[in-house]
Design a protein around this ligand. Structure first.
Ligand code: ZN
Length: 281
């Protein structure tokens, strides 16, 4: 271990993270926001790598964070990018939709952009009108289909509308649609699996009261699963309540493997195969 990452990896309370470090072939963080963490990127990536998390997808929520993601991907070999306007941010750019969409479209052409996201519908927060969110969701869907990049979906309290809008654009090639921070039940797992959608589980699956989500993760086909942090949010057990970091994907991956009764090395290999199919890296 280099002295450079010791500060991040060995700080108090992270001895158990060293114990959770994944065996080869390791994992990756399918959805994170290093720009919101406010920490040096080098240290965050070194800590992740020490935990066996070899790659991250940094996800844009607006134009500045999409630009940040693309430039971080250009600078760091282990960083890949997703670009889009988050449903909660669509209201803020309502009047400048054309130039903002043109800028996102241009960013989407960058070689290390592996997904269009995060996009979708958020009916939990009412920061943007539903019709505005839906219009942006459709624009992002068309961009994903045009560029052949994956579509990374944020779906909060909007399962029905997300699924029905996606169905309008069917058939989707396998591994081209990802539900980030999957929040459905077993029935939705079955709908997603039938359509070939990928389900990405975040740290909230480890929460003690997340029984419905745990049942969903148990039911999900392993080959359609990813793991992510959504850092700095959604910190998994045993660090729930503290800021999250891509390194902590290791806890969620170990938790999911145990939940599904799959050997952690085999589960890592499965995640790597799904990551390659989904992101094409
Ligand atoms: Zn996110």
């Amino acid at each position: 271990m280099s002295s450079q990452n010791e500060g991040v990896f060995h700080h108090k309370g992270h001895a158990d993270l060293e114990a959770a470090a994944l065996p080869d072939p390791g994992g990756f963080d399918a959805h994170t926001h290093i720009d919101i963490m406010g920490l040096p990127v080098d240290g965050v990536l070194a800590a992740a790598s020490a935990a066996g998390i070899k790659r991250v997808v940094n996800v844009g929520c607006d134009l500045p964070s999409s630009r940040w993601s693309v430039s971080a991907a250009a600078e760091y070999a282990d960083v890949y990018a997703a670009v889009a306007i988050h449903p909660n941010e669509t209201g803020a750019v309502y009047r400048e939709r054309e130039p903002v969409l043109a800028a996102i479209t241009e960013l989407a052409e960058s070689p290390k952009v592996v997904a269009i996201g995060e996009t979708g519908l958020d009916y939990y927060r009412d920061r943007s009108a539903r019709e505005v969110q839906q219009a942006w969701f459709r624009a992002h869907i068309e961009l994903a289909q045009r560029t052949g990049k994956a579509l990374m979906i944020h779906d909060r309290d909007a399962h029905e509308d997300v699924l029905s809008i996606l169905a309008e654009y069917a058939p989707w090639p396998p591994y081209s649609v990802i539900f980030h921070c999957f929040s459905g039940d077993v029935e939705m797992v079955q709908q997603c699996a039938a359509a070939g959608y990928v389900m990405s589980f975040a740290g909230n699956v480890t929460f003690k009261n997340a029984v419905v989500l745990q049942e969903a993760a148990r039911a999900a086909p392993a080959q359609l699963m990813l793991a992510e942090t959504d850092a700095p949010f959604m910190t998994p057990v045993p660090h729930r309540g503290k800021p999250n970091s891509p390194a902590m994907t290791a806890y969620t991956i170990r938790y999911l493997a145990a939940l599904k009764n799959i050997d952690v090395t085999d589960f890592c290999a499965q995640l790597q195969a799904t990551g390659t199919r989904t992101f094409g890296w």
